[in-house]
Every structure is written in structure tokens, then in C-alpha cells.
Design a protein around this ligand. Structure first.
Ligand code: 5AD
Length: 350
């Protein structure tokens, strides 16, 4: 074993902290041995905290209408081929009804930046879900909003907020986003969410166009310093109606390696094995769980709109991805030694 690589791995295991240069060295020089070591240690730490339990979240894709034009994303504003939809309050509530009876105790409302969803409307929806299901957590994933807006949503009862930082390198950020989107705004939003009191999630794509290992090292350093309660990572997968249509997909093995590292940086973190990971490779989500992830987010959106929320080519919408197939998912987790539980699934911070 490469002595230096091993030493860096040990430092990560014992302190959860590395310099950006060390993270980069780890990624650039990774081999089977270090991958195995970090994976085993990541699983060990996750088991000390969460045992073999896996938390589930019911994902409700409330709108694919988006004012943004992120270069990688299938629902970007300039994609004229995308058939747009938004759910009504009643439709969202009926997704929750179905989800609750399937055993979900967290509902994630995710959508494009759709101006139809004003603070007032969201406050109303959050209030109704909380009234009906006081034992459930609500996660929002609705993009960039003002401090005041986030505060209203939090005061209405939302518990968590997911906003991927996408990349912790400003130059790289500008290669993935149109001119009017701003790296500093995104970082400011994340800071605000945390300050307001949300359990906050950041995250990034693995293998996004123009990404270097230096960029990934910065992502890891950012996660170490920001210390989010949640972190969503998945491989980049091209979408046919974007300029990145011919770019290669991100690597599943590298994604899993990074999942182990993130678990070691923050052992208590809520770390999903994402839909993108499952879409990139059959059994991808199981691999993610075996490398230290502890959350899965099956799709609870109405069947009629699922195909339309297409962020990338061949996004999984059926099989174990579907909330309705939860029994299959439970079995597939059982087969690898894990157990899906009915629980809000909050972070266990020490
Ligand atoms: N491939 C993989 N992930 C994507 N996302 C958006 N487009 C793609 C793609 N082509 C991710 C982004 C976004 C999240 C909702 O989905 O990271 O934050």
C-alpha cells in the first residue's frame, strides 16, 4: 500500500478532517485497498450511530416549471421540449395521504424555481400537511429564495431544506450555470438556511462537465467546514435536450468512494443513496448504502407526472424507485443486511 495514501486515509478516519490537497491526493491516487478501508470504516461509523436502519423519504415533485437555466438540467427554462406541470395543493396532500399509509414519515417537496409557489401558498400547504400529519417531517427542495422567505417556511413548520451547492469552486460554478446565477448567492442561501434552523442539505454531482479532482477536493473541504445535516451526491447523467447531451456520465465507483469519505467527515450525516446513483447503474443504490449512505428517497409523485420530471436521461421512475414498490425496496435492503424503518429519520447529532 502507498504509504502516503494510507497515512492520509488514517488521518481522515481518526479526525474527519483533511486539507484540500490531501482530499485531492486521496481521490487521484485511490486504489482498491484504500477504497475498501474507507468503506469499512464508513460503514462501521454509520452503524455505531444508525445501526443497520435506512431512513426513507417520500419525494413529491411539485413542479417542473423553472425560471433557471442550469446547463446540465433537463427541466431548465430553455428546454422547449419539456412538458410542464405543477401540482395543486390537493394533489400534494393526496400524495402525502398515500405516502403516510405506505410508512413514510418525511415528505420532500421538490421542484423547479416556479414563481407560482409563493410564500403564502407554501405556508398554507406546509400548515395543512403538519396539521394532518404532526408526526411527519417536511423537507423542502425549492431552490434559492430570500432569507425572509426561508424564515416564513421554517416558521410554518418545514423542518429541513435541500439546496445542493453544485460545486464549491466559483469558476466551475460559472461553467455549469448561466451568467445570472451566482455562486455567492447560492452559498449565502445555504448559510441562511442553517442560521434559520433548518436541518440543511448541500450536495453536488460527480463527474459534471469541466469538473476536476481539485473541484471535488474543494467540495469535500466545503462539506467538512459547513457541516451540513444532509448531503446529496449522485453521478452527473446527460440530458438529451441540453448542451451537455454528449458528455459522459459520472462514475458510480467514484460516487461511492466519495460517499464513504463524506460519512467519515461527518459520521452523523444523513446521506442518501440517490436516484441518480440508482439510474446510472442497476443496484447503484444498494452499492451506495454499502458504502455508508443511510437514506433512500422513493418517488411519491403522481404517476401521471413522473416522466415529466426528467432531470437527466433515463431517470428511474418505476421499480424500487417508486414509493408504491416499497415492499420490494425493503426486500432488497434486507438482502444486503439493512432495514427500512418507519421514522421521521432526523439526524442524531451528538
Ligand atoms: N444529472 C445528475 N443530476 C442532476 N441534477 C440536475 N441535473 C442533473 C443531471 N443531468 C441534480 C442537481 C440538482 C438536483 C435536483 O438534481 O444537482 O440540484
Amino acid at each position: 500500500m502507498n504509504e502516503k495514501l494510507f497515512k492520509i486515509g488514517q488521518k481522515l478516519i481518526s479526525t474527519g478532517k483533511l486539507s484540500t490537497t490531501e482530499y485531492k491526493y486521496l481521490i487521484d491516487n485511490r486504489n482498491e485497498e484504500i477504497t475498501e478501508l474507507l468503506k469499512n470504516e464508513a460503514v462501521k461509523k454509520r452503524k455505531e450511530i444508525y445501526g443497520n436502519t435506512v431512513f426513507i423519504r417520500g419525494l413529491i415533485e411539485i413542479s417542473n416549471i423553472c425560471k433557471n437555466d442550469c446547463l446540465y438540467c433537463g427541466i431548465r427554462a430553455s428546454n422547449k421540449e419539456c412538458e410542464r406541470y405543477r401540482l395543486t395543493k390537493e394533489e400534494i396532500l393526496s400524495c402525502c395521504d398515500e405516502g403516510y399509509s405506505l410508512g413514510f414519515r418525511t415528505f420532500v417537496m421538490q421542484g423547479g424555481e416556479d414563481l407560482h409557489f409563493t410564500d403564502d401558498l407554501l405556508v398554507e400547504i406546509i400548515g395543512e400537511i403538519k396539521k394532518k400529519y404532526p408526526d411527519c417531517a417536511i423537507t423542502l427542495s425549492l431552490g434559492e429564495r430570500s432569507y425572509e422567505s426561508y424564515k416564513k417556511l421554517y416558521d410554518a413548520g418545514a423542518d429541513r431544506y435541500l439546496l445542493r451547492h453544485e460545486t464549491a469552486d466559483e469558476e466551475h460554478y460559472n461553467k455549469l450555470h448561466p451568467f445570472k446565477m451566482n455562486y455567492k448567492t447560492r452559498m449565502e442561501c445555504l448559510k441562511n438556511l442553517k442560521e434559520i434552523g433548518f436541518q440543511t442539505g448541500c450536495g453536488f454531482m460527480v463527474g459534471s462537465p469541466h469538473q476536476t479532482t481539485e473541484n471535488l477536493a474543494k467540495d469535500l473541504k466545503f462539506i467538512e467546514e459547513f457541516s451540513p445535516q444532509m448531503c446529496g451526491i449522485g453521478p452527473f447523467i446527460p440530458h438529451k435536450a441540453t448542451d451537455f447531451r454528449d458528455e459522459p456520465s459520472g462514475d458510480v465507483e467514484l460516487t461511492c468512494f466519495l460517499l464513504s469519505i463524506i460519512r467519515l467527515i461527518k459520521p452523523t450525516i444523513l446521506l442518501p443513496a440517490t436516484t441518480a446513483l440508482g439510474s446510472a447503474e442497476q443496484g447503484g443504490r444498494e452499492k451506495g448504502i454499502l458504502c455508508g449512505a443511510n437514506v433512500i428517497m422513493p418517488n411519491l409523485s403522481p404517476h401521471s407526472v413522473r416522466k415529466k420530471y426528467e432531470l437527466y436521461n433515463n431517470k428511474l421512475i418505476s421499480g424500487n424507485e417508486s414509493a408504491q414498490e416499497i415492499e420490494n425496496l425493503k426486500n432488497s435492503m434486507k438482502n444486503i443486511g439493512y432495514e427500512i424503518i418507519t421514522d421521521r429519520g432526523d439526524i442524531k447529532e451528538k
